[in-house]
Design a protein around this ligand. Structure first.
Ligand SMILES: N[C@@H](CCC(=O)N[C@@H](CS)C(=O)NCC(=O)O)C(=O)O
Length: 226
């Protein structure tokens, strides 16, 4: 199960929250892979070779043999579905639990990532590229805080993880968004701090963070445990 479907498994991307999601799922599943730690805005996503794989010129991109996939949430869910049956990291389709899982995934990707965090990233961290937009920035911060309160309320009803007792791919998406908010000094409800402590204490998370910040070429090849 740990081998790629058709040859080598390669993950492109490192250095930020979105590639981290894919590294994390690969490590949860203990899958072997080669890492190509290209970074955003380094020019490395603009090469013809990479553009053929991902015309959006963004990271991450997964090559699983000859299957190529972009979008961090799609990669997390694909890996969990293709290789994670025994670990149950993504509920099977056509059940209410899967719908609940999807609700959390889309919530994290839209309400927390695209609608708010990405706006903050662009107009705060990268304002020299994207320009200043104080009103958009303030609204994004307020919206994130409001949606974080909603997440805390929902979590109180299910906890310790978003689907209850078991950790899933939706926890990877939620955790990486909440961690991004903390880095940007957005206040989170106490329950979300407790939640983050639970999810980031996982060994696979620690390994994924190391893979996402490679220090040498030794950090670029991951073998499945025997
Ligand atoms: N929706 C995409 C977003 C990917 C994305 O924006 N990646 C950033 C790095 S975290 C990137 O590649 N930025 C380069 C750029 O915008 O040119 C996903 O979740 O995979």
């Amino acid at each position: 199960m740990a081998e790629a479907k058709n040859g080598t498994r390669v993950l492109w991307g490192a250095g930020s929250a979105r590639p981290l999601r894919a590294h994390w799922m690969l490590h949860e599943l203990e899958l072997s892979y080669d890492s190509r730690p290209i970074r955003s805005r380094s020019g490395e996503t603009l090469t013809p070779e990479y553009t053929r794989l991902n015309p959006s010129q963004k990271i991450p991109t997964l090559q699983d043999g000859d299957f190529v996939l972009s979008e961090s949430a799609a990669i997390v869910n694909y890996l969990a579905t293709a290789y994670g049956a025994s670990k149950n990291l993504c509920p099977p389709a056509a059940v209410m639990e899967r719908a609940r899982y999807d609700q959390w995934c889309f919530f994290a990707m839209m309400e927390l990532d695209a609608n708010t965090l990405y706006i903050i990233r662009r107009h705060e961290d990268l304002k020299e590229i994207y320009g200043e937009a104080p009103n958009a920035l303030q609204t994004a911060r307020e919206c994130f805080a409001k949606q974080a309160r909603a997440a805390a309320e929902r979590l109180a009803a299910t906890g310790p993880f978003v689907l209850g007792e078991r950790f899933t791919g939706a926890d990877i998406l939620l955790t990486t968004c909440l961690a991004g908010a903390l880095r940007r000094k957005i206040e989170l409800p106490g329950a979300l701090h407790d939640y983050l402590q639970r999810t980031t204490a996982r060994a696979a998370y620690q390994r994924a963070v190391a893979a996402n910040t490679p220090r040498s070429s030794a950090d670029r090849k991951f073998a499945a445990p025997r």
